[in-house]
Design a protein around this ligand. Structure first.
Ligand SMILES: [Zn+2]
Length: 446
């Protein structure tokens, strides 16, 4: 039968030409998968960015980036040690699940590595054909903590955001000709203590007489007593230095994105800019980042821009770092093939009305848009804040709003019970002398 038909078509050129014209058009080639760029500004609290409403002009570039994309006005880390928070960001597992630095109440929570059973985003993307390139400033983001896993190239030598962006750019340029999509990860301590940005950023926001150095070593002894022992002038000085560090990062990112654009990469790149946690400036009496769950420590910037991201949008839903990996995977056109507890933030079905955070097993928080409930395990205690009436979290309403506190406490317990058990032993970190020096400068060991 097939032969007969073929003869008919061959004998009548007209019929044959019609048949060709009616053939279904070939589908267009699929759009290349986007490059993914994830930037973590360690210890950068959202409310010190001008794009989040801060009075000093700290983030003009991030404002431009957010105009091209979506800014999440209410973004939070779900835990705030550097290692566990980045583990959550890169695995979409809560600390309650991955258990890194979990035993905070017993004071055993330092220097733990990401266990192999916690699958990290670069491992997933590498398996999907991405070329994975990472640059961190070391410290608790060094390879000894497991953060090199899944990267084709990984540099944790440190040096701050200027050298970090240069190194990442050089890596990207080496691999760009392959045509494969790239995953670029940049982590920097440039905003983190010591607050020592290069000039002109140290004096950009004013010169303040001070009797303290902005180093971690000088600030650590005051971490719990700043409310009593730190003069207002010193506090003003520290904030100006910290804000200068943010502006330095912002200006550096402007140059970095300019290079990506000149290389023709930017149009194909989904960028995410965020932080692993915030920083304290005596908001609740202390400095640096202690083990509390107040807004200055939990609230972080989150800006997405690039192919697939709505432009010029300010998103009001509550966003957690636990949601970042599923969001990036969705933008890359793939779905998680391992357990992930977060959601795709750009999925309209995800309403983002409740958020969970913790500091190990010492403190837990449940947050809605209006309320935050915090439970402390040792010594046992609870706090409840109306974030609309009391954004500074100064008035504990738990005793007044007893029924609300009881409901939130129950929801928190249910959330804890629902976490899966990975049964994964936590890896211990072996510290080299160089590594110890790095951690001391950052204030993590004394
Ligand atoms: Zn950190």
């Amino acid at each position: 039968m097939r032969t007969v038909l073929l003869r008919v078509f061959l004998a009548t050129g007209f019929v044959l030409s019609i048949a060709c014209a009616k053939a279904p058009p070939q589908p267009p080639p699929p759009a290349p998968r986007p490059h993914l760029l994830l930037i973590s500004l360690d210890a950068c609290r959202a409310d010190h960015l001008s794009v989040y409403g801060y009075g000093r002009e700290t983030s003009p570039f991030l404002a431009e980036l957010s105009a091209r994309g979506t800014l999440f006005r209410h973004a939070f880390c779900n835990t705030h040690g550097t290692t566990p928070s980045h583990a959550t960001m890169l695995s979409s597992l809560y600390q309650e699940t991955h258990r890194i630095e979990y035993r905070a109440a017993e004071g055993e929570n330092k220097q733990e590595a990401v266990p192999k059973r916690v699958v990290l985003l670069p491992e997933i993307l590498k398996a999907e054909g991405y070329i994975t390139l990472g640059v961190t400033d070391g410290g608790q983001m060094a390879r000894g903590y497991g953060f090199d896993r899944g990267f084709v190239e990984f540099d944790d030598a440190g040096g701050g955001i200027a050298s970090g962006t240069e190194k990442l750019l050089a890596m990207a340029r080496r691999h760009l000709p392959s045509g494969a999509p790239l995953f670029l990860f940049l982590h920097t301590y440039s905003v983190h203590s010591p607050y020592l940005p290069p000039e002109p950023y140290r004096t950009l926001f004013g010169e303040f007489p001070h009797s303290i150095e902005p180093t971690s070593e000088a600030l650590l002894p005051l971490a719990n007593t700043a409310w009593r022992d730190l003069a207002q002038g010193d506090l003003d000085f520290l904030k100006a230095q910290y804000d200068g560090g943010i502006r330095h990062a912002d200006d550096t990112l402007r140059r970095f994105f300019g290079e990506l654009e000149a290389d023709g990469m930017l149009d194909r790149t989904v960028a995410a800019v965020t932080a692993d946690h915030g920083e304290e400036f005596a908001d609740h009496g202390g400095l640096l980042h202690r083990n509390f769950l107040y807004e200055e420590l939990l609230r972080v910037p989150l800006i997405l821009a690039g192919p697939g991201v709505p432009a010029g949008r300010v998103e009001e839903k509550l966003a957690g770092l636990v949601d970042l990996s599923p969001t990036l995977l969705a933008l890359a056109g793939t779905a998680p093939k391992v357990l992930m507890e977060g959601r795709d933030l750009l999925d309209p079905a995800f309403r983002g009305e409740v958020l969970f955070a913790q500091y190990g097993n010492l403190r837990y928080a449940l947050r809605t848009r209006q309320w935050k409930y915090i439970r402390t395990t040792v010594p046992e205690g609870e706090e409840l804040f109306d974030l609309v009436a009391d954004p500074g979290e100064k008035n504990n309403a738990a005793a007044v709003e007893r029924e609300r506190a009881r409901r939130f406490s129950k929801a928190l317990e249910e959330w804890r019970r629902a976490r899966p058990d990975l049964g994964a032993p936590i890896g211990k970190v072996a510290l080299t002398p160089e590594h110890e020096k790095q951690l001391r400068a950052l204030g993590y060991i004394q």
